[in-house]
Write a new protein. Sequence first.
Length: 242
Amino acid sequence: MQVVPHTMTTEPVVSYSLVIPAYNEEFRISPLLLGIERFEGELIVVCDGTDRTADVVDAIAIKRADLRIRCLRFDHRLGKGGGVLEGLAAARAPLVGYFDADGSTTMGEMLRLFSTLSSADCAIGSRWVPGSKLMVRQGWMRRMESRVFNLIIRILFGLTFHDTQCGAKVFRRSAIESILPSMTSRGFEFDVELLWRLRSAGYTITEVPVEWQNKGDSRVRKRDMINMLAGLFTIRFHAGRP
């Protein structure tokens, strides 16, 4: 792994660390990073693909000296969960989180999620609770798959959240560090295991309505969904209770 830090020789203390898993995102990472007007924290972009994403991030880090951008390079596929884990392990702020590289959730929404950590250990964005705003909706098939997936999660894990898979989650670092050593999943089922272990450890989790828009080009394919289901059963019945 090669870590490309911000060009400053000494890093000031930051309040927030946001991880962006970026597998082959060279065409979507630029609009996301360049569209951020201001962020008083660090952005950790995890690049584990085969395209030029890491080079694009490095170029933007130089151009946007007002942002603290760190690029983590890997020469092998980590999986969505694996990428998030690497980013969280590198985070330095007391409040940490992650969101998708496609920009479905804006930086303003992520800062709003961070503000709720004054009364919770974890805040997850939700597209399916009152108050959420879906600017561009997913197709009906994707929505149906999401509802079926959510029902399976409720049955297997007893999680009553409406939306475990929204790519917008923030945490107190003290909470996330206590459960990360127990994490076993590296795929898209990562979110479910993370919430399950946090709740089982007694941490408070709040579900917050967000403004969200479907950007298309989902990284979740049919094969990924099958692997997600298999991974969930493995976690629930072979990983043991947290």
